[in-house]
Ligand binder design. Structure first.
Ligand code: FMN
Length: 236
C-alpha cells in the first residue's frame, strides 16, 4: 500500500503519535510505503488567492514548487492521511493552507480521476473540544476531491503533550487504532467492493451539469470534456 501523510503541525505531539500508531498498525497487516509532509515546513505559504490555479492551471500557482510534489504524492497514494491538532476549534492554520492550495482539485473544478479510487483518513486530537469541526474541515476536502471512502480518528487527549496522556487514554487510543487499521487495510485490499458514496454520485452529477453550462472557466470545462465526463463517462 502506498500512503501519503500530511502532518498539520511540526510537533511530534499527540496527533503525530496517534498517526504513527495508525501507520505502525497498518504496516503490521500490510506492507506499506509512507511519504510524509510536515506543515508548514513543506508548504510554508498561505494561498495568495490569485485564482491562477483555478483559471490558468495548477502549474501557474506561485507556490507550485511546493504544491507539485504534494499533488504527485497524493495521486500515487492509495491512502491519504490528513492529520491536524485542533487549534481554535478547527484545524491548524498550516493544514488549512494545504487545503486552500488544493481547491482546484475539488469536484467543482478539476478533480483528478485517480482520486475516486482512494481511501482517506482524518486524524485529530484536542484537549477536549473542536474535534468535530476539525474532522469535518479535513473530511470535506477528501470528499470534494472525490475520495472513495473516508475514515476518521479523533481523540480528546486532555493533554498538552503525548507523555501527559493518562495510561487509560493511551490504552483507549491503542484499541481504537487497532480496529481502525484493520478496517482501513480491509478497504484498501478490495476498493472495488466498497459502496459508492451516494453524496459523491449526487455531487458529481450536479457538477457535470454545471460544467455543461460553464462559460466562465474554459480550463475546468476542458478538463471534464477531455475525460469524457460531459458525455456519460464517470471516474467511479
Ligand atoms: C494554539 C492552540 C489552540 C488550541 N485550541 C484548542 C481548542 O480550540 N480546543 C481544544 O480542545 N484544544 C485546543 N488546543 C489543545 C490541542 O488541541 C491539544 O493539546 C492537541 O492534542 C495538541 O496536539 P499536538 O500534541 O499534536 O500538538 C489548542 C492548542 C494550541 C497550541
Amino acid at each position: 500500500m502506498n500512503i501519503v501523510v500530511f502532518h498539520g503541525n511540526l510537533r511530534h505531539g499527540s496527533t503525530w503519535h496517534c498517526t504513527q500508531e495508525i501507520l505502525q498498525q497498518i504496516q503490521l497487516l500490510e506492507p506499506a510505503e509512507v511519504t510524509e509532509f510536515s506543515l508548514p515546513g513543506d508548504l510554508p505559504y498561505f494561498c495568495s488567492g490569485c485564482f491562477s490555479c483555478i483559471c490558468n492551471g495548477e502549474e501557474t500557482c506561485p507556490h507550485v514548487s511546493h504544491t507539485r510534489p504534494i499533488v504527485e504524492a497524493m495521486v500515487a497514494a492509495d491512502l491519504i492521511i490528513l492529520a491536524s491538532p485542533v487549534y481554535g476549534l478547527d484545524v491548524s492554520g498550516a493544514m488549512k493552507a494545504l487545503i486552500d492550495h488544493l481547491c482546484f482539485l475539488w469536484m467543482s473544478h478539476r478533480p483528478h480521476p485517480a482520486m475516486f479510487q482512494k481511501i482517506g483518513l482524518t486524524v485529530t486530537t484536542s484537549a477536549g473540544a473542536g474535534l468535530g469541526h476539525a474532522t469535518k474541515t479535513m473530511k470535506n476536502s477528501l470528499v470534494f476531491w472525490g475520495v472513495q471512502n473516508v475514515f476518521m480518528f479523533k481523540f480528546p487527549v486532555a493533554a498538552m503533550k503525548w507523555d501527559d496522556i493518562t495510561a487509560r487514554n493511551q490504552d483507549k487510543i491503542a484499541k481504537q487504532v487497532q480496529t481502525l487499521a484493520t478496517r482501513i487495510v480491509r478497504a484498501a485490499r478490495s476498493p472495488r467492493r466498497l459502496p459508492n458514496p451516494v453524496f459523491r454520485s449526487f455531487f458529481f452529477a450536479l457538477m457535470r451539469d454545471m460544467q455543461k453550462k460553464n462559460d466562465w472557466n474554459p480550463l475546468d470545462r476542458a478538463h471534464w470534456e477531455k475525460l469524457g465526463w460531459l458525455s456519460g463517462q464517470r471516474p467511479f
